[in-house]
Design a protein. Structure first.
Length: 155
């Protein structure tokens, strides 16, 4: 037996070390820095500002999940041609991710009028709804495959 064991006696039990917190965890009193450092952090801060604006508005705007077939059939009943005031048809032309391009077609005067379901972001050629779905899926820990699974399940 070692000399320490002899001094302690046979009924001595060594005390467990106590956990004194992880030095790498952030304390509750620490505040989140308003100044974002990296480019990714700046983008995330900008996106969170957009989310606050959408939540604070009481108007009926923003993005919804809708069935295009129902939208096209219902809206086509009320759409008239701006040139000849006859009945026109609302149709879907192209898809860019989650963005649809719609057009109003008049059969009597062959007028076409097109519009898209989402605006283009000012910083580039990306559509806002596509940027938002990418940001949302990254926030919940999904990637491009998650977006594909979501869109497949919704179709």
């Amino acid at each position: 037996m070692s000399s320490k064991a002899q001094r302690r006696g046979s009924d001595y039990r060594r005390k467990r070390k106590r956990f004194h917190n992880n030095q790498y965890t952030r304390k509750v009193s620490d505040k989140l820095d308003v100044d974002c450092i990296s480019a990714s952090a700046k983008k995330l801060c900008k996106e969170s500002d957009l989310d606050k604006e959408v939540r604070n508005s009481n108007q009926s705007n923003g993005y919804r999940l809708i069935n295009i077939d129902i939208l096209l059939s219902e809206q086509s009943q009320y759409v008239t041609c701006p040139n000849c005031n006859t009945k026109a048809v609302l149709k879907e032309k192209n898809l860019y991710g989650l963005v649809s391009e719609f057009y109003v077609e008049c059969y009597s005067c062959s007028t076409l009028s097109a519009f898209k379901s989402s605006p283009v972001i000012a910083s580039g050629n990306d559509y806002e709804v596509n940027t938002r779905i990418t940001y949302a899926m990254c926030t919940v820990g999904q990637s491009f495959c998650g977006i594909k699974h979501f869109c497949t399940a919704m179709d």
